[in-house]
Design a protein around this ligand. Structure first.
Ligand SMILES: Cc1cc2nc3c(=O)[nH]c(=O)nc-3n(C[C@H](O)[C@H](O)[C@H](O)COP(=O)(O)O)c2cc1C
Length: 337
């Protein structure tokens, strides 16, 4: 596929309903993944600089830019996505049982650079998720795979730990790291699990042989964030944080959205602030994954300067298409490892 064809196809996608466009991309990537896999391998930046991070000592990242959770919820297309040039991919959020998520419509574009989603963990469930990883993993063995895990809608908050425990145990042989999602605004009550008590429960059931990262909300006040960061820092089983998830507060204040979380450029300053706060607390070898509104090479640099070890994108990929990887590759290649 030439760059012009890719641009044309991307423009076409932006004319469709946002969720229809996403489903179409996943379907095409799934159906034609091996064709695309081979074309992309030749066309996209290789970004093969390589770095290793202290907690991920067994892993080699070809670069520090990853795809954020929520794009490949079912671990169906990560092999093709890896060929775009990402250094790692976060798949999920997966829940133990499959679920259809919240009623549609539940994904809205706010051009030029924001999205609001109220998806509610629509996903294929743990057994299918594992099968997909088994099927596709061998094609991209060198690209670290993070599993983002969450609780089912119908699981009560008091039983939530059982969902996380089942996912941690069952997915251990399949992935390189876990991201514990306690911060989606689209599952009622989930964010109340962002507490020192629940982090203790997670630590009690977490495996010792894989890195565990905690994903937090930008809507927490700084005092709470600092408390949670301090606990992650003090708990041996935790290896760092992913900051941030989408913001319900910004969705309401900027777009009067009654539900859902905002992603994209308007989230960037708050995401940066959360990363900087984390860096003040989390000490070597704990790591920080910075995510939220990263849309340019300059943003990647800012995230890195604020203290992010790894950086992720999602919304910028939707608005700018795979071409954004080229732009970001220029700065990633210049970054010291
Ligand atoms: C449509 C959509 C679905 C998402 N689904 C998930 C999810 O399942 N789990 C999760 O942890 N984050 C999810 N996110 C949040 C992203 O992983 C990321 O934290 C957020 O979008 C901020 O990054 P961005 O501004 O680069 O998009 C989702 C975001 C979008 C736009």
């Amino acid at each position: 596929m030439t760059s012009r064809m890719m641009t044309f196809f991307h423009r076409l996608l932006l004319m469709l309903d946002a969720e229809v466009a996403h489903t179409l991309v996943i379907t095409l990537l799934k159906g034609y993944q091996w064709l695309l896999f081979n074309i992309l391998r030749r066309r996209m930046p290789s970004l093969n600089k390589g770095c290793s991070l202290p907690v991920f000592s067994k892993l080699n990242f070809r670069n520090r830019l990853g795809l954020a959770a929520g794009f490949d919820k079912g671990a169906e297309v990560f092999a093709a996505l890896a060929q775009l040039g990402f250094g790692f991919i976060e798949v999920g959020t997966v829940t133990p049982k499959p679920q259809i998520g919240n009623p549609k419509p539940r994904l809205w574009r706010h051009p030029p650079d924001a999205l609001i989603n109220h998806m509610g963990f629509n996903n294929c469930g743990l057994p299918r998720f594992k099968k997909n990883i088994e099927k596709y993993r061998r094609f991209v063995p060198g690209v670290p795979l993070f599993a983002n895990i969450g609780k089912n809608f119908n699981t009560s908050l008091t039983e939530a730990i059982k969902d996380y425990q089942a996912l941690l145990q069952s997915l251990r042989p399949y992935v390189d790291a876990f991201v514990i999602n306690l911060s989606s605004p689209n599952t009622p009550g989930l964010q109340s699990l962002q507490s020192t008590t629940f982090l203790d429960q997670i630590a009690a059931v977490a495996p010792t042989d894989l890195p565990i990262l905690i994903k937090l909300s930008p809507d927490l006040d700084n005092k709470t964030l600092l408390e949670l960061y301090a606990q992650v820092n003090a708990t041996k089983k935790f290896n760092g944080v992913v900051v941030v998830n989408t913001s319900a507060r910004l969705a309401q204040s900027l777009y009067q959205a009654p539900q859902g979380g905002l992603s994209g450029r308007p989230l960037f300053e708050r995401a940066l602030e959360c990363v900087a706060l984390a860096r003040g607390v989390l000490k070597y070898p704990k790591i920080i994954v910075g995510v939220g509104g990263v849309s340019s090479a300059e943003d990647v640099l800012k995230m890195r300067k604020a203290g992010a070890d790894l950086v992720e994108i999602y919304t910028a990929l939707i608005y700018r298409g795979p071409q954004i990887l080229r732009e970001l590759s220029s700065v990633l290649e210049r970054l010291p490892s």
